[in-house]
Design a protein around this ligand. Structure first.
Ligand code: KG4
Ligand code: ZN
Length: 348
């Protein structure tokens, strides 16, 4: 008798322990069938890096080493799961800080080996994109995804689970990096994205006209170093003239300029490539102005729009577990020679 493997596996319960340590969050999650999050423990290092104004890689690795075991323990406890109940161990193996990634990768390899379970390496961006599947089970590839985080600004054609095409990306700063640098310059501390989002609500987004970068030779590429420098110049000039700066106006005007470019390019890509669904992913997907603007543009164009809830926008292991579920079903397995790859490319 022929067995339909896809159908057979769909009925089976697949429980995956996922680990994420690519930057400054130590996270472990237990995810069932890609959408049931049994636990998602996140130990943030924000307080540790705050006084340096950004992530210090060496400190991040050490903190991951300290937190990795207790975070996994807690994830298993909250899920009411033991090692025996797991079907696979998944881990982010790139891109990210090499020392930080290595902590998660080594741990996942040791666990997979000790338990005799399959090991699945996941691309960090694939995790961010997959965060959309958690609360939107009807969302299925193909669709267009705008990935906006501290390290990335990508327009991605999600062709299928595990298959991607990069339509455009930033040529210099990532959008989250620009938010963080502008926030530091106006004295809002680290991480700057949420602080700008908050204070911008009290400001006038049309107070200052900051530049929007639309490159003719790359309609879907981004550049945020210009708008960042324009904000820094504005602040310096105000200081030299002895003028007071309205922080909320600067934040709101910067945010409007940055978001306008993201929305226009995403809508252009959707129109020209014929996508009927757009998803938003990554830490900056938590930005309220971006969610509203892109949501409104999609509504006007009759395009479906999805974004993860706040918790699943910034780095977390649940999104890695969701991506790993689809990889597991496609037969993706990694050997114990899996290594951290800081500049890992999205699989095509
Ligand atoms: O995805 P993520 O947690 O880490 C990376 O993979 O980079 O993204 C972190 C970035 C930081 O730059 C942070 O400032 C930004 O996401 N971010 C925000 C907001 N929340 C987090 N940016 C703008 N508005 C927000 N509400
Ligand atoms: Zn991330």
């Amino acid at each position: 008798m022929e067995v339909d493997m896809e159908e057979h596996m769909q009925e089976e319960t697949i429980r995956i322990l996922a680990i994420e340590t690519s930057c400054d969050e130590t996270s472990a999650a237990v995810v069932e069938n890609g959408t049931r999050i049994l636990s998602n423990v996140i130990s943030s290092q924000i307080d540790l890096h705050k006084k340096f104004g950004g992530v210090v890689p060496e400190l991040a690795s050490r903190k991951h080493m300290e937190k990795m075991d207790p975070v996994i323990q807690e994830a298993l406890e909250q899920a009411g799961t033991t090692f025996r109940d797991l079907d696979a161990v998944a881990v982010t193996y790139g891109p990210g800080l090499v020392g930080a990634l290595l902590v998660g990768v080594s741990e996942a390899k040791a666990m997979a080996y000790a338990m005799g379970k399959p090991l699945i390496g996941i691309h960090h961006i694939e995790g961010h994109i997959s965060a959309n599947y958690i609360e939107h089970p009807d969302l299925k590839p193909p669709f267009l995804c705008l990935v906006v985080s501290g390290g990335h600004t990508h327009l991605v054609h999600v062709k299928d689970y595990g298959h991607y095409g990069v339509i455009g990306k930033t040529r210099d700063d990532a959008i989250g990096e620009a938010f963080d640098k502008v926030a530091r310059a106006i004295g809002l501390g680290y991480p700057g994205g949420p602080a700008i989002d908050r204070i911008a609500r009290e400001g006038n987004p049309d107070a200052i006209r900051f530049p929007r970068a639309f490159m003719e030779d790359g309609p879907y590429d981004f550049s945020f170093s210009g708008v960042k420098s324009a904000v820094l110049n504005y602040l310096n000039q105000a200081k030299m003239r002895g003028e007071t700066v309205v922080v909320a106006d600067v934040a709101a005007s910067f945010q409007k300029a940055a978001v306008e470019v993201l929305v226009k390019k995403t809508m252009k890509a959707a129109k020209n490539h014929g996508f009927d669904t757009i998803a938003l992913a990554g830490g900056v997907a938590a930005n309220s102005w971006l969610r509203e603007s892109l949501g409104a543009a999609c509504k006007e164009a009759g395009i479906g729009f999805h974004h993860p809830s706040m918790l699943f926008c910034t780095d977390n292991a649940a999104m890695i577990g969701t991506a790993a579920y689809h990889a597991y079903r496609q037969g993706v397995r990694h050997g114990l020679d899996l290594n951290a790859v800081p500049d890992l490319k999205l699989p095509e």
